[in-house]
Write a protein that binds this ligand. Structure first.
Ligand code: KG4
Ligand code: ZN
Length: 327
C-alpha cells in the first residue's frame, strides 16, 4: 500500500510516499528556517504562511519522485499534533481536502510518536516491546511501546525540552539558531569536565528538567567576556551533562520495565556525541540501542506515513472531524 504522509508541525513542510510502512519512495522537506534565523527562533506566523505557500508543490514533488499519482494512494497520514497550531492547520486541512476529493482513507497521527517510527523505515526489524525516547526541540518524552497502537507515556519534560535548552544555551553563547548543531560543533574542541553543570532533579523519576541547567549556563556567562576556548568548554560541559541525564533516565526506564531495547528519535538525536555515548553506555548496560538515519531524525513526512500505516493496519481511522491540536 502507498501512503502519502504530510508533516507541517513547525517550520518544515514535508510530504512523502512510503510503501507498506517501510520503504521510502520519496521524502521531500522544505524548511522555512532561513526566514526565522534573524529572530533567533521560529516565528509561528511566518512558519504557517510558508507551509501554506509550499504544501501543494512539496506534495506534487513527493508524488513525482515516487513515480505514483494521487489515484495510487491508499491512505493519507497527517500530523495532527502537537506543534504550532497555524502550521498544523495547513497540513490537516490539506489532508482533509484530499480525503474529500479522492475518498482516500485519512488518519491524523501524533508527531512525537512518529519520531519513534523513524527507526522502522528502511531499517532492521526491532522486537516489541521497547522503551522509546524522543528528544526534539519541543519535547523530551519516554514511552513504553507494547505495540504501535499501545504506547504509554512514562515521563516527559517538566519545563524546557532538551533541544530547546540546546537552542537557548547557543543563544546565551551568541552562536545563532538552531543551536543544537552549533553547540555540537563548538563542543568538539571543548573540555566537558571543565564546569560541572547538572540537570535538576524531578518529582517523578522518569520526568526531565532542562530549565535549571540552561539558567546555570546563563549565570556562568553573565557579565563576562568569554574567550573562544571558554565558550567551547561551556558548550562541551553543558552537552555532556544533558546527554548524561537522557541516558540515566532512559536506562532507568529500561530497568523498571525490564525491557532491554531502547529506540531513540527526534532532532537532537542527530548529535553524534549523543549517539556515541548512548551506544557505548547501553552496550555496557546490556541494552540494545537503535537510532534512525540522521536525515530521519529531524521533522519529515516519511515517519508520519510509516506510523500512519502501522496504525491503519490496527484499524485506526480519522474523518472530516479531524482537528489540529497544539498539544
Ligand atoms: O525534531 P525536530 O526536528 O523538531 C521538533 O519536533 O522540535 O528537532 C529540532 C531540535 C532543535 O532544537 C535543534 O537545535 C535540535 O533539534 N538539533 C540538535 C542537533 N540537530 C538538531 N541538537 C543537538 N545536536 C544536534 N546535532
Ligand atoms: Zn519533531
Amino acid at each position: 500500500m502507498y501512503v502519502l504522509g504530510i508533516e507541517t508541525s513547525c517550520d518544515e513542510t514535508s510530504a512523502a510516499v512510503v510503501k507498506d510502512g517501510r520503504k521510502i519512495l520519496s521524502n521531500v522537506v522544505s524548511s522555512s528556517l532561513k526566514f526565522h534565523k534573524k529572530y533567533g527562533g521560529v516565528v509561528p506566523e511566518i512558519a504557517s504562511r510558508l507551509c501554506l505557500e509550499t504544501i501543494s508543490f512539496v506534495t506534487d514533488d513527493a508524488l513525482g519522485q515516487a513515480g505514483v499519482s494521487l489515484k495510487d494512494i491508499g491512505l493519507v497520514s497527517v500530523t495532527s499534533g502537537p506543534g504550532l497550531l497555524g502550521s498544523l492547520l495547513v497540513g490537516v486541512s490539506f489532508a482533509k481536502s484530499l480525503y474529500l476529493a479522492l475518498g482516500v482513507p485519512l488518519l491524523g497521527v501524533d508527531h512525537i510518536q512518529s519520531h519513534v517510527y523513524a527507526n522502522f523505515l528502511n531499517g532492521r526489524p526491532i522486537k516489541l516491546p521497547f522503551i522509546a525516547l524522543v528528544v526534539s526541540g519541543g519535547h523530551t518524552s519516554l514511552f513504553f511501546v507494547e505495540d504501535f497502537g499501545r504506547i504509554r507515556t512514562l515521563g516527559e519534560t517538566q519545563d524546557d525540552a532538551c533541544g530547546e535548552a540546546f537552542d537557548k544555551v547557543a543563544k546565551i553563547l551568541g552562536l545563532g539558531y538552531p543551536g543544537g548543531p552549533l553547540i555540537e560543533k563548538l563542543a568538539r574542541s571543548g573540555n566537558p569536565k571543565k564546569i560541572r553543570f547538572r540537570c535538576s532533579e524531578t518529582g517523578r523519576e522518569l520526568d526531565f528538567s532542562f530549565s535549571g541547567i540552561k539558567t546555570a549556563v546563563l549565570y556562568a556567562v553573565r557579565g563576562r567576556r568569554l574567550t573562544l576556548q571558554e565558550k567551547r568548554d561551556i558548550a562541551a560541559s553543558f552537552q555532556e551533562s544533558a546527554i548524561g541525564a537522557l541516558i540515566r533516565k532512559a536506562h532507568l526506564a529500561c530497568r523498571l520495565k525490564r525491557t532491554p531495547r531502547l529506540v531513540i528519535g527526534g532532532g537532537v538525536v542527530a548529535n553524534s556525541r549523543l549517539r556515541e555515548r548512548f551506544y557505548a553506555e547501553s552496550k555496557k548496560a546490556g541494552i540494545d540501542c537503535y537510532f534512525p538515519a540522521s536525515d530521519l531524525c529531524t521533522d519529515n513526512a516519511a515517519m508520519v506515513a510509516g506510523f500512519g500505516h502501522a496504525l491503519f493496519k490496527r484499524g485506526q481511522r480519522s474523518g472530516l472531524y479531524l482537528t489540529a491540536g497544539a498539544g
